[in-house]
Design a protein around this ligand. Structure first.
Ligand code: FES
Length: 76
């Protein structure tokens, strides 16, 4: 039997020089499986390590000059 199409698929978008934007019907949990309430339907997750409110982005990536591409980093 076919699965119904997901009406609200989850997308994760790496922002150039910034966070990961997560949209859709996602669940955010700790490593131990406890729910983290995102408070909204789209969240920005820190990938620079400088946020004071991890796992969320607080804009600190700008202050530290974080750089990363939006797509795969093929320079490695
Ligand atoms: S990506 Fe924004 S604070 Fe880390």
């Amino acid at each position: 039997m076919d699965e119904p199409p997901d009406a609200d698929p989850v997308t994760v978008t790496p922002c150039e020089n910034g966070p990961l934007l997560v949209r859709g019907a996602f669940r955010l949990t700790t490593q131990g499986g406890e729910e983290i309430e995102p408070g909204r339907r789209t969240v920005a997750l820190c990938r620079c390590g400088a946020s004071a409110v991890k796992p969320f982005c607080d804009g600190s990536h700008k202050a530290i000059g974080f750089t990363a591409p939006s797509g795969p980093d093929v320079s490695c």
